[in-house]
Design a protein around this ligand. Structure first.
Ligand code: HEM
Length: 294
């Protein structure tokens, strides 16, 4: 799943024509996520960065090396593309805004990283759930509205990102508590999604909740369904991610018959800033015979 979603975001960002040349990014980006996601790097206080950068073989040094290799490709691409006529890809649009090289690089790296790992994990959960829900699986992939509702229900029961924190610029009164300015406050997305007052029988997998489109959800439910966060920092890739999930699930189910090697549900495992299936969704896949055509 990660290979597919990475390929999609690379083509969208750089354009299909240039996607081949920046091939080295395909191997480097997963390594950057791994190196940068290690707790000893992600939680490293700024004052320790310099001493750690001098320790050979430390995880921080490994991270700096991969980041430098990725940056070299990105800056080279930015320089080359500034000389070329404008295309319709995301990089062309970014260059047209007048941002400087460093700013364009920052936008690129954000889109490339935020734009594929989360979607791949969402897809992994979709298959993990579907293989354990034969009645749901049977109605797929050709019933489009149902597929869309299934994806939304997957993201409700197994949200990929577990919180959307904000730093408070003023004290916040929440329930019986007063949280001071400067503190982090954020909803625990899995808990919000399991609030029985908003989603009745929250433990049950019921795509029907989302079948009637927006109209079928009351205001509280639309706000409480928050796999993509909310408010001003709502995920910019939400619609793209939902589209990718619909297409990929449909195409995989048309081509392959999937079964779970172990009927027990996969547990959640913390992976960087996401919750992923503990065994990365294990499946046995066989080609449909005869092939199912749309
Ligand atoms: C199933 C897939 C995805 C999930 C679960 C997801 C989830 C999230 C969440 C929870 C946030 C934080 C929102 C908040 O703080 O309120 C976020 C932000 C963001 N996402 Fe996604 N995302 C997904 C796919 C994507 C894709 C495909 C892209 C890029 C094309 C993307 C780009 C971003 C960016 C750039 C932000 C930061 C937005 C900002 O701070 O203004 N995401 N995403």
């Amino acid at each position: 799943m990660q290979e597919i979603t990475l390929e999609i975001i690379i083509r969208l960002v750089f354009g299909i024509r240039d996607a081949g040349r920046i091939g080295r990014l395909r191997a480097l980006l997963p390594r950057l996520i791994e190196a940068g996601g290690s707790m000893s790097v992600a939680m490293l206080p700024p004052r320790l960065r310099e001493p750690m950068a001098r320790l050979p073989f430390s995880p921080y040094v490994r991270f700096l090396r991969v980041r430098a290799a990725v940056d070299a490709i990105l800056f080279e691409e930015i320089a080359r593309r500034r000389k070329e006529p404008e295309g319709t890809d995301v990089l062309s649009r970014l260059l047209a805004t007048g941002l400087g090289d460093q700013e364009v690089r920052d936008e690129l790296i954000t889109l490339l990283i935020a734009g594929h790992e989360t979607t791949a994990t969402g897809l992994a959960w979709a298959f993990e759930r579907l293989l354990r829900l034969p009645d749901v699986l049977r109605r797929l992939p050709d019933d489009e509205p149902y597929l869309d509702a299934v994806i939304k229900e997957v993201l409700r029961v197994r949200p990929v990102v577990y919180e959307a924190p904000r730093v408070l610029d003023a004290p916040l009164r929440l329930g019986g508590y007063e949280i001071p300015a400067g503190w982090y406050a954020g909803p625990s997305i899995p808990l919000v999604h399991h609030d029985a007052a908003v989603f009745p029988s929250p433990e049950e997998f019921r795509p029907e909740r989302f079948l009637g489109g927006r109209q079928s959800l009351d205001g509280r439910q639309s706000r409480a369904w928050m796999p993509f966060g909310g408010g001003r920092r709502f995920c910019v890739g939400a619609q793209l991610a939902l589209l990718e999930m619909r297409v990929i699930i449909r195409e995989v189910l048309r081509r392959l018959e999937l079964t779970a090697p172990d009927p027990a549900p996969e547990a959640r495992r913390l992976a960087n800033v996401t919750f992923a299936p503990a065994r990365l969704t294990r499946v046995i896949a066989r080609a449909h015979y005869p092939a199912r055509t749309p």
